[in-house]
Design a protein around this ligand. Structure first.
Ligand SMILES: *Cc1c(COP(=O)(O)O)cnc(C)c1O
Length: 368
């Protein structure tokens, strides 16, 4: 168990919204939860300049921000973000899942994008302060949560190319329902062979908007082939499986072993991925983080050696992969149902997140 980093919530002065939604409005909003369309009444906000450092930390009314049209982010995409959730437990308490890991990754991403590091105390403090202010926005229906989106961007109005000297940090919160509304639905994945999301030395290991911008066209192609998600191969050799646009990927073989692409610098290290690796190792599973070729996968799905494939990330936790398609193949991994290990992992992780099982790792952090 790791020692908890202090959350400096008091650094964020609360300036209550003058127009919070009424109980009736909030109740209506929490009844029909989609993903990322409804936001709570407040947001956290802080500004950085080289001279003053991080300052003006506050919780303020959620709403449009004013940006100069020359703000560097709009031109050169100097931006990073995070994604995590606050879960309401049966006793009404509210918890986050491994937010220290997100704080750490946010700092790593900031470094790669030449943005200032937000101290973990402030990252965690903003989460605590916002969730406490908007506590009633944490839903309690089954499988629901308050999705938290911290992000940081270059707000300096300047068209020259260099790291910005004014940066904004914001945290917004969106109540969201279960990702799968009618149980697990295996999705189809399109393997992109013409486009890549990240190259050696690039920003693949950082959580930045630019990586997502690069994934949208291949994502469109995936949709045109009837697939929900796109999977990328390594840019250097177009041979090894890397990950999806926003999720890591795992394979299970018929000997019960688990395989996932190793972190080579072009793959984003998911908190869900790390947690799954830990759960599997502690369960005594054979776990292999290694380079996995597309050829091996197509061959072993066809032969039945690979029995389950799933993707994982904060939003869906785990997503079973039913079909794997590419320009020259169309393979069925699972018809209808998710595999047993995929289901076990989903159950185990969500039981931890919703406090239905003891937390031996100290992964849950109480927010209120
Ligand atoms: C956010 C993200 C993931 C998943 O990370 P989690 O911490 O598990 O949510 C995986 N891949 C990419 C590219 C991502 O941006």
């Amino acid at each position: 168990m790791t020692e908890q980093i202090h959350a400096d919530a008091s650094a964020f002065a609360v300036r209550p919204s003058s127009h919070p939604r009424s109980l009736a409005e909030r109740t209506a909003a929490l009844e029909h939860l989609a993903f990322g369309t409804t936001f709570s009444d407040h947001m956290a906000h802080a500004v950085w300049t080289p001279d003053a450092g991080w300052h003006d930390q506050r919780i303020e009314a959620y709403g449009p921000i004013s940006l100069d049209p020359a703000a560097a982010v709009l031109h050169y995409a100097q931006e990073i973000f995070e994604g995590l959730k606050a879960y309401r437990h049966a006793d009404g308490s509210v918890w986050a899942f491994r937010p220290e890991a997100n704080a750490h990754r946010f700092a790593t991403s900031a470094h790669r994008l030449a943005l200032p590091e937000l101290p973990a105390e402030h990252f965690l403090g903003s989460i605590e302060a916002l969730v406490r202010t908007d506590l009633e926005w944490v839903p309690d229906s089954p499988g629901s949560s308050l999705y938290l989106r911290p992000f940081m961007f270059a707000s300096e109005p300047f068209l020259g190319v260099r790291p910005a000297k004014q940066v904004d940090y914001l945290l917004i919160a969106s109540p969201s329902g279960p990702y799968f509304t009618s149980g697990f639905q295996p999705v189809s994945i399109w393997v992109a062979e013409d486009y890549h999301r990240a190259g050696p030395g690039g920003t693949g290991a950082a959580k930045c908007g630019g990586n997502y911008a690069a994934s949208l066209l291949p994502q469109q192609q995936a949709a045109a082939h009837g697939c929900a998600q796109v999977c990328f191969l390594d840019a250097a050799t177009n041979t090894y499986l890397e990950e999806l646009g926003g999720m890591n990927v795992f394979l299970i073989t018929d000997d019960g072993a688990v395989h996932t692409p190793e972190l080579t610098g072009t793959i984003l290290e998911g908190v869900t991925r790390s947690s799954i690796l830990q759960l599997l190792r502690d369960d005594g599973r054979d776990v292999h983080e290694r380079q996995i070729t597309l050829a091996e996968i197509t061959e072993q799905v066809a032969s039945g050696r690979i029995t389950e494939i799933f993707a994982c990330g904060t939003a869906a936790v785990v997503t079973p992969v039913g079909h794997l398609k590419g320009a020259e193949f169309d393979l069925t991994v699972a018809d209808g149902n998710a595999g047993a290990l995929t289901q076990w992992l989903y159950g185990h992780l969500t039981d931890l997140q919703y406090g239905r099982t003891p937390d031996p790792y100290g992964w849950m952090r109480r927010l209120d």
